[in-house]
Design a protein around this ligand. Structure first.
Ligand SMILES: *[C@@H]1O[C@H](CO)[C@@H](O)[C@H](O)[C@H]1NC(C)=O
Length: 307
């Protein structure tokens, strides 16, 4: 156990080098890394996930991970509560999500509800403006990664619908309303923080716009945004991946009055309440859990929202 962390650190060094990285992408090595992330103690998990995040930049690694059903083991660790581990794993998920071969597995492993639960918990305890900037930065990066993964996933029509069913539109919309728009004190760190928040809003807008590109999701967006903002949102066109294109929406968002912002918040809650099938379906484990809604289903089983 005292040697393994050192070995992992060495491998991380190798993985950063193009020529060496190919040597540690064998199936057995990747399988071992997935196992470490899945079963070992936190220190090992972090290092192995860090290494996987470096390796997953390579297409052949993505193919290997998919072939060995690695995603399920990784996704299960996402809500670990450890920022470093979550961030590395989110990077792996982003790389995987850009491969269309991964879409089935994303559905089957319940990746979508897990990603959305990360947004829900970030919204719940978002650091108040003025608290430790490093903490806020790390949350912003997590949410940017979640938005990126969801954007890529939303290119698939079925999965875009699944994201909506899992309350994705409301959760992504709430990211737009996080505090930090108002221009804080004129300090370098204040500027940096508001630039970070602006960039996060662009990521959230991009994910929402991709969801809107799918026809079946479109009617939900009616009456969500004020007319001017909505017109600009539509004008961006479908599946525009360029993040910079969304900065005009972020500026318009910043110009909204308090009343318009509250209206947006209320409309987002309505979207959440309107989702079909929110009644209790049945109980399991001797009545311990009430299944409320099926979030996703596949060859391995189904993921339910439960109470
Ligand atoms: C994305 O939007 C920007 C700004 O509206 C535009 O200049 C660019 O051509 C668009 N890109 C694509 C691929 O549609």
């Amino acid at each position: 156990p005292s040697i393994l962390p050192l070995v992992l650190v060495c491998l991380i060094g190798f993985a950063a080098h193009k020529e060496h990285a190919g040597l540690i992408t064998h199936t057995a090595a990747l399988d071992l890394l997935c196992r470490i992330v899945h079963q070992y103690d936190l220190l090992f998990k972090r290092l192995a996930a860090d290494l996987l995040a470096l390796l997953a930049r390579r297409e052949e690694v993505i193919a290997e991970l998919l072939a060995m059903n690695g995603l399920g083991r990784l996704v299960g660790q996402l809500p670990s509560g450890d920022p470093a581990l979550t961030q590395s794993l989110l990077r792996v998920v982003c790389y995987l999500a850009s491969d269309s071969a991964a879409l089935t597995e994303i559905y089957q492993t319940g990746t979508i509800p897990v990603l959305l639960s990360l947004i829900a918990s970030a919204l719940k305890d978002w650091p108040s403006p003025g608290s430790n900037p490093a903490l806020t930065s790390s949350k912003v990066i997590d949410m940017q990664l979640v938005c990126t993964a969801l954007t890529r996933i939303a290119e698939d029509n079925e999965l875009a619908y699944n994201i909506r069913q899992c309350n994705g539109i409301t959760l992504l919309g709430k990211l737009l309303l996080l505090p930090g728009t108002s221009h804080g004190p004129q300090t370098d760190s204040g500027d940096k923080a508001s630039a970070e928040m602006a960039s996060l809003r662009a990521y959230a807008f991009r994910a929402l716009r991709f969801l809107f590109s799918m026809e079946r999701n479109r009617k939900v967006f009616k009456r969500l945004f004020p007319p001017d903002l909505f017109a600009a949102f539509i004008d961006l066109g479908h599946y525009n991946a360029s993040l910079g294109a969304y900065s005009s929406l972020v500026m318009r968002l910043g110009d909204l009055s308090d009343k318009q912002r509250s209206a947006l918040a209320a409309a987002l809650d309505d979207v959440s309440a309107d989702r079909e099938g929110a009644e209790v379906v049945r109980t399991v484990r001797g009545g311990q859990y009430a299944l409320i809604e099926m979030l996703g289903k596949g060859g391995y089983g189904a993921v339910w929202k439960a109470r």
